[in-house]
Write a protein that binds this ligand. Structure first.
Ligand code: BGC
Length: 633
């Protein structure tokens, strides 16, 4: 019955729409509260008033979304807008960057984080988050590894599904749910040389085995929207790739939702060299199965003419429009278009949300090395907290912080000060040395009992358009580290970064290294808890740390070769100047406990395709620290 009412409503509405208004529903424009691409949308308000815009990104807060929604409701057909935003790891309360959070291996935690982000997003007037980003990547030169779940397809698939469940909940009309958008379909995590926006070239087998599983899992979990990738696949841009979008995604995988392009990906086809004009690009995209054009405005400008010339049929456009309108119906927008923006802003992370963000931050850190049990530190000694990131709140939040506020975040120093007496010195900038800062830091270190050095990447060094060819710590930070080590004081290295770094030198010098990513709003507090042993590290890497950048791309999931590695055999698969394996591989992560793993048994010697077997083992914590162990099979 409800289905019939919805269908009748949508078809009646569709029957009243001009081709221009239909193209309008497929047109996603950007507001100016954030800038996530090069092109801006001109005359946004006029287009909304005319019914030439179906959805808006980069506008949030109840007041700002309400102002635009009221314009849409005054348009001739009064069709409400959908508001979308890059809520990648939280909207107001920022939790660790996705790569960091994936190291918790805790899917329930990730689902709860996504749910918190959904509630905060919806309270900010949003209906749609551009997450989860599920692109598998084996190359930490690519800055966007920060946004994903690492190198493993199986784990990546579990995480993708958990996040979709967290965002969408059980009912989209529930004001605590938002539409998930799985991105970037497909293979965006494998650009050549790790350079963002670069070409991808891959076998169908690698697609199936390594790259597709997380997208597929997100679809199976009910994700309602998919975003195309910027790259081409087999020479055809993803946004015009009929095999990818229609045959595979809709046909084989049964995807029922709608497909949006990435930012200006339609008009970028001219740069790919696969479309001569914007209108030709629009035709190719629609033909391939795209429903909505992000910011290019090629659909809006091109579709009416394409229908008139017969290059595109109106039935094709209708199918896309019905998908978008159907989602608006499911969100309850036709019933109560102002439901999510009819209240005052609640801009502060609530205490409960901060608590969850702290739990997430605590579980995301990975203890890479802890020689002689240097960690945890006693609070009752003279501690020097040194480094350009030691007192940075902004860098603790990382890339893509949505409406997160650095003033509400805790830096390492904020966290340490709540637990112990600490002195602090910066030592250097992120990428520039400074003699005075260095001298100051060395002096503080010399007078301390123990030093905690917080080094790494600032927030702009990972995320979109942030690929690097040198993934070591910046030179000035290595200089600082050298001078601090020369004081002879016991020294813990805390690395904050959006990617696995090349830490071979640091590994050879520091007794203890804790990988702390960008941990979000509660990062500094969680870091202090782990450093001082109030909590034991839990994280296990979901992406390996290379010994040398020259090993990249790399993965633990290597296939066997005909000439397996043998250091003593010249004609075996190896490098002359570095081992093959990672310095810290996928799955690596220590804790303060010491675990004994018992024998492994299995309940059946056989397993049918698609079947299940259960594997048993006994795990014993031999130490006095409470700790968590994640078993990997
Ligand atoms: C990014 C997407 C993002 C979109 C909208 C693009 O540049 O690749 O991940 O969702 O912008 O901001």
């Amino acid at each position: 019955m409800a289905g019939m009412i919805k269908d009748a409503f949508l078809h009646e509405l569709l029957g009243r729409m001009s081709v221009e208004e239909k193209a309008g529903q497929l047109n996603l424009l950007t507001g100016a509260m954030d800038a996530t691409g090069m092109k801006h949308s001109d005359d946004l308000e006029a287009k909304i008033r005319a019914g030439h815009c179906g959805a808006v990104l980069n506008v949030y807060t109840p007041a700002a979304t309400r102002a635009l929604q009221e314009l849409a409701l005054a348009s001739p057909l009064q069709i409400p807008l959908i508001f979308g935003y890059d809520v990648i790891h939280g909207q107001r309360t920022i939790y660790p960057i996705p790569l960091g959070l994936s190291c918790s291996w805790n899917q329930d935690l990730m689902q709860r984080c996504a749910q918190m982000a959904a509630v905060e997003s919806a309270a900010d007037g949003l209906h749609w988050v551009y997450s989860p980003m599920v692109d598998i990547s084996q190359d930490p030169r690519w800055g966007r590894v920060a946004e994903g779940a690492g190198e493993d397809p199986w784990l990546g698939a579990q995480i993708a599904a958990a996040m979709v469940r967290g965002y969408q909940g059980n009912d989209l009309a529930d004001p605590a749910s938002v539409l998930a958008c799985v991105k970037h379909f497909a293979l965006y995590g494998a650009p050549m040389g790790g350079r963002d926006y670069h070409t991808v070239d891959m076998s169908r087998r690698a697609m199936e085995e390594t790259y597709f599983p997380p997208y597929r899992a997100a679809i199976d979990a009910g994700a309602r929207t998919v975003m195309t990738a910027f790259n081409d696949i087999d020479g055809i841009p993803a946004s015009a790739n009929r095999w990818l979008l229609t045959e595979l995604l809709r046909g084989q995988w049964g995807f029922q939702g709608w497909i949006v392009t990435d930012y200006t990906a339609v008009t970028e086809m001219k740069n790919h060299g696969t479309a001569a004009t914007d209108s030709d690009a629009a035709r190719q995209s629609l033909d391939a199965g795209v429903d909505m054009d992000m910011v290019s405005e090629a659909f809006l400008a091109g579709l009416p003419g394409l229908v008139e010339s017969g290059a595109v049929s109106e039935t094709q456009i209708d199918a896309a429009v019905l998908r978008v309108l159907g989602t608006k119906w499911d969100l309850g927008l036709f019933r109560d278009p102002l439901a999510r923006c009819n209240h005052e802003s609640a801009i502060h992370p609530s205490p409960e949300n901060r608590k969850l963000a702290r739990e997430a931050a605590r579980e995301s850190m990975v203890l890479l090395k802890n020689k002689g049990g240097l960690l945890p530190l006693s609070k009752h000694q003279n501690i020097a907290l040194i480094g350009p990131l030691a007192d940075s709140r902004r860098d603790m939040l990382g890339c893509w912080i949505a409406a997160g506020d650095e003033a509400l975040a805790a830096s390492p120093l904020d966290g340490f000060r709540e637990m112990a007496e600490v002195v602090h010195a910066k030592g250097c900038g992120i990428s520039e040395g400074n003699e005075d800062l260095l001298a100051d830091a060395v002096r503080e270190a010399s007078q301390a009992d123990v030093v905690v050095l917080v080094l790494g990447e600032c927030w702009q060094m990972s995320g979109e358009a942030a690929s690097r060819t040198d993934i070591r710590l910046p030179q000035c930070q290595r200089e600082l580290a050298k001078h601090i080590l020369e004081t002879g004081k016991p020294c813990v290295l805390v690395t904050m970064s959006g990617r696995p770094l090349e830490l071979a030198w640091e590994d050879s010098q520091f007794p203890a290294i804790l990988q702390a990513w960008a941990l979000g709003t509660e990062g500094g507090h969680a870091l202090a808890e782990v450093i001082f042993g109030d909590a034991a590290p839990v994280g296990k890497l979901t992406m390996g740390f290379p010994r040398r950048v020259g090993q990249l791309p790399m993965t633990y999931r290597e296939k066997p070769t005909g000439r397996p590695f043998d250091a003593a055999v010249q004609y075996s698969s190896k490098y002359l100047d570095a081992p093959n394996d990672a310095l810290y591989p996928f799955g690596h992560g220590l804790t303060y406990g010491e675990f004994r793993h018992g024998a492994v048994t299995i309940d059946s010697p056989e397993m049918q395709p698609g079947g299940t077997v259960t594997v048993f083992t006994e795990v014993t914590n031999l130490s006095t620290h409470a700790a968590t162990e994640t078993l990997q099979l």
